[in-house]
Ligand binder design. Structure first.
Ligand code: FES
Length: 97
């Protein structure tokens, strides 16, 4: 979860490039930069701004394909951020802070 201007944004917690967790990722304005290979994403819609060129060769052709991040709809009521999860079963949702 991150914030830009007055809006909270929730994205998947790992990079779409090689699944590296965003624990140490940097967010400047609306741009999230993965700390492993520096791919950049727009936190507002998960779109790819810059896709890493650091992995080359025939190995893992799949990771060369740009993949945007999954995003989740949010709303704020009484100072609490609510996230619209893509499931109707709350037992399937686990949030770790
Ligand atoms: S794992 Fe994030 S850019 Fe490679």
């Amino acid at each position: 979860m991150t914030r830009y201007e007055d809006t909270a944004y929730v994205l998947q917690g790992h990079c779409s490039h090689m699944l590296f967790y965003f624990k140490d990722a940097k967010v400047d304005d609306c741009v999230l930069t993965c700390s492993l290979h520096q791919s950049q994403f727009d936190i507002r819609d998960g779109s790819v701004i810059t896709w890493t060129e650091k992995i080359t060769g025939k190995l893992l052709e799949e990771i060369k394909l740009k993949k945007q991040l999954r995003t989740y709809e949010t709303s704020v009521r009484d100072g609490i951020v609510y996230v619209q999860w893509p499931t109707n079963n709350p037992d399937n949702v686990r949030v770790k802070y």
